[in-house]
Design a protein around this ligand. Structure first.
Ligand code: ZN
Length: 560
């Protein structure tokens, strides 16, 4: 593979690809033996891998410079062509699922591939095409509304993004002012966002009904490829969080209040752990990346190879630049088995997190690609793939001196506490969405009341300092997952448990723990959720009693 910047991009000939995949489908239908069947499938996989790679190269270059018209036009082209391609893929899945060679394919590639195809079939139907268009329109309205929102702050119009840093200010008055402005910004767009959400809830509930689901809940689970559990099992996890994690988090917030030297911890105090503020990295991008390379070489042979590969092929774009899209992500170029990390460094501890968390995703992708037969088998669901990344944050603890100097110990302590303190909110977001879809006809004010009630259960420390808008139960509208990816959020909490479990194991026996972690990464998405947990020696968080066992080590370390 060349360096990323030197990869030549040529627009794929979609007509040719459509013809090739249609040809593969015809062979799959007519195949006389498994070998013929398998060859046709693998030909499709090759075509798909090349297409995905070209599309990803264009996407990365588009996000690096949104002002570059060439890649902007390429993305428009892909967006216009992909729906037709998706229909072909769906057709292929239907042929495979109905084929006499299904069992042999399952034997060779694992049941998960067939399960994915069956789910796809259950989720699509002519009758919901208009609803899907409507859903996409509402989602885009949400994004535009959120992106365009500004508020006056210190005499200037400022957006959400501009406020975030000031919301971590060590000056309490300034922090308070920033949070109040932030709340005002959301209050301004709340009528639109709540109307959009009402539309989304109804259109999703309507689709579920048309497809024969009892509500949108099982349909949403299937969309997220949650094959192993239902909302009933998830409630077992929620209950444990309420009983075990919420009281522990309450103690940690109490401690934070004392550390800040204040009488009452208001919502605008939750964002900073100590009066001196959150630790910041001691060097610039070059320095941090160089330290990361040393660190990954020391951590293990496999992680060293991985990071050297990233460096050699320049698979990063980390600087903030004019025209670059905000935020960060990790993606892969399947043809080259190469991950890519995109970020906007800003001089905070988030930069180090990119080099641990996102690099954890990248490491898992790089590793799975070595062992799995197809790119699809590399991709696990988020309950698993966030274990890869959240564990890497913990694997790299011993090197934090190189990133934070004499603040390293403070960083580790706060990071570990923070990982625990975030969990109740994740469950609050999750239970809220279940309640919404159990009763899609609720009014906006009824939904706010539901949120308020759940906040009192999951975040009893939360104090909105008399802000009427937030006290009315409107905080949830800032959580874009609720709009864009229904039921996606509890996955982070479930994965954090897996990462904590690895943390305890690495304190006992680093070598054995790394071997289990490596196994999990190598397995990618080749098995279902429960099987992957079992395969790598992790507890099922959906089983009563597991959370207490998993957290024993963290509680000891945090003195809880
Ligand atoms: Zn992640």
């Amino acid at each position: 593979m060349k360096k990323f910047a030197e990869l030549q991009y040529v627009r794929p000939d979609m007509e040719k690809i459509f013809a090739r995949v249609s040809g593969d489908i015809a062979v799959l239908k007519e195949a006389k033996n498994y070998e013929e069947f398998r060859n046709a499938y693998m030909d499709y996989v090759e075509a798909d891998t090349e297409l995905e790679t070209s599309k990803t190269v264009a996407h990365i270059r588009n996000t690096i410079n949104l002002l570059d018209e060439f890649y902007e036009a390429e993305m428009v082209y892909f967006n216009s062509q992909m729906p037709k391609y998706e229909i072909l893929k769906k057709e292929m899945g239907e042929v495979i699922v109905a084929s006499p060679f299904k069992a042999e394919m399952e034997k060779e590639f694992g049941a998960i591939l067939i399960q994915n195809m069956e789910a796809q079939k259950q989720l699509s139907d002519e009758s919901i095409v208009d609803d899907q268009v409507k859903e996409a329109e509402l989602v885009s309205r949400f994004m535009k509304t959120q992106a365009a929102a500004t508020v006056e702050f210190k005499g200037e119009q400022i957006g959400n993004y501009g406020l975030l840093k000031i919301m971590q200010s060590t000056d309490r008055a300034e922090r308070k002012e920033a949070f109040e402005a932030w709340a005002k910004l959301y209050e301004g767009i709340a009528p639109t966002l709540e109307e959009v959400y009402d539309g989304l809830v109804k259109v999703r509930a309507g689709m579920a009904k048309k497809l024969g689901f009892k509500s949108f809940i099982p349909m949403g689970y299937l969309r997220r490829r949650r094959f192993d559990y239902t909302e009933k099992e998830l409630e077992v996890f929620r209950k444990q969080v309420r009983e075990v994690v919420v009281p522990a988090a309450a103690k940690l917030y109490e401690r934070q209040k004392e550390a800040l030297g204040i009488d009452t911890l208001y919502y605008y105090d939750e964002s900073i752990a100590s009066p001196s503020g959150n630790p910041v990295p001691i060097g610039d991008k070059e320095y941090l990346v160089g330290e990361a390379q040393k660190m990954y070489r020391e951590l293990s042979k496999e992680s060293g190879e991985f990071f050297d590969f990233m460096m050699e092929h320049e698979l990063f774009d980390l600087d903030s630049k004019h025209g670059k899209r905000a935020g960060g992500y990790c993606t892969t170029l399947p043809q080259y088995h190469a991950p890519f990390i995109f970020s906007n460094f800003n001089g905070t501890d988030a930069d180090v997190n990119v080099l641990t968390h996102e690099a954890g995703h990248a490491f898992a992708g790089f590793t799975a690609a070595k062992y799995q037969k197809t790119p699809e088998l590399c991709h696990s669901t988020s309950e698993i793939n966030e274990i890869h990344s959240m564990s890497m944050e913990l694997w790299t603890y011993p090197w934090m001196e190189n990133f934070f100097g004499d603040k390293a110990e403070e960083y580790r302590r706060e990071h570990l506490a923070d990982a625990l303190m975030k969990i109740p909110y994740m469950l609050c977001v999750d239970e809220y969405q279940h309640k919404v879809f159990e009763n899609p006809e609720m009014t906006t004010m009824e939904r706010r009341a539901v949120w308020s009630g759940l906040e009192k259960i999951y975040m009893p420390w939360r104090n909105y300092a008399g802000n009427e808008f937030l006290e009315s139960g409107a905080f949830w509208i800032k959580q874009q997952h609720i709009f864009l990816y229904p039921f996606y959020y509890v996955d982070y909490a479930m994965a954090q448990m897996g990462a904590f479990e690895f943390y305890t194991k690495m304190k006992e026996d680093r070598k054995a723990a790394w071997a289990d972690y490596y196994k999990l990464c190598a397995a990618g998405g080749s098995m279902g959720y429960f099987d992957l947990l079992k395969y790598s020696g992790l507890h099922k968080v959906l089983e009563d009693g597991s959370v207490k066992i998993i957290l024993k080590g963290e509680f000891e370390e945090l003195g809880l």
